[in-house]
Design a protein around this ligand. Structure first.
Ligand SMILES: N[C@@H](CCC(=O)N[C@@H](CS)C(=O)NCC(=O)O)C(=O)O
Length: 216
């Protein structure tokens, strides 16, 4: 398989974690979204949204990180990242969608560029936008984690004693927020899951700083 990724992209990071958890090797292709490589016509042939990540599996090309992870989960079910048990599955998707659908899109690169370009916001206003929506999102994540237990039992991960799609989405989003200088002190459960994940080999292998296209 081929993975088109950018080291600092949180959606690419999700897929890298999923691949590492499942022990699936890929050929890594760096796409530098800071300089607009994702908007080149050749790349748009691979990814209709002109974004990273993209997975190519033989003659099958797929965009959207959650669709890619679901595909990997169907093709390589062990370890399963989206549980089968209906209530646990719903809980995992509830948190993953909160991050992927509510949090990530409003603080994505093209949104931040639009704020500072066409809308002419200052760097301070852009940073305030970022911090506001990150706080809204992590408040919700923290409340979701506080309510866990009924379906999953206790454990060091978002929902139980195995990493799931919820952790796969949470860890990169925390990484983004740390990079943006957000105050994460109020989010005790979120930080505990993040700290636990930092010890796991698959999460270590997926970190931005160990990717082939990493730039300090
Ligand atoms: N919903 C998509 C979002 C993909 C996405 O927007 N990725 C970001 C990097 S995290 C990107 O390529 N941004 C480029 C841009 O905003 O121009 C997914 O989950 O794959």
């Amino acid at each position: 398989m081929q993975l088109y990724s950018f080291f600092n992209s949180s959606t690419s990071y999700r897929v890298r974690i999923a691949l590492a958890l499942k022990g699936l090797p890929v050929d890594y292709h760096g796409v530098n979204i800071r300089v607009g490589e994702h908007r080149a016509p050749a790349y748009a042939q691979l990814n209709p949204a002109r974004a990273v990540p993209t997975l190519v599996d033989g003659d099958f090309t797929l965009s959207q990180s959650l669709a890619i992870i679901d595909y990997l989960d169907q093709r390589h079910p062990e370890p399963r990242l989206v549980p089968l048990e209906p209530r646990l599955r719903a809980r995992v998707l509830e948190l993953a969608h909160g991050i992927a659908c509510d949090m990530h899109p409003v603080n994505n690169l093209r949104i931040l560029k639009y704020l500072q370009g066409p809308l002419a916001l200052s760097a301070e206003q852009k940073d305030a936008w970022y911090a506001h929506w990150a706080a809204e999102g992590f408040d919700a994540v923290e409340r979701l984690l506080a309510g866990r237990g009924g379906e999953a039992g206790s454990g060091p991960w978002c929902f139980g004693d195995q990493p799931t799609l919820a952790d796969v989405c949470l860890v990169p989003q925390v990484g983004n927020a740390q990079r943006a200088g957000c105050d994460l002190a109020p989010y005790v459960r979120t930080r505990a899951v993040y700290a636990h994940a930092q010890q796991h080999p698959a999460f270590i292998a997926a970190r931005p700083e160990v990717q082939p296209d990493y730039q300090p």
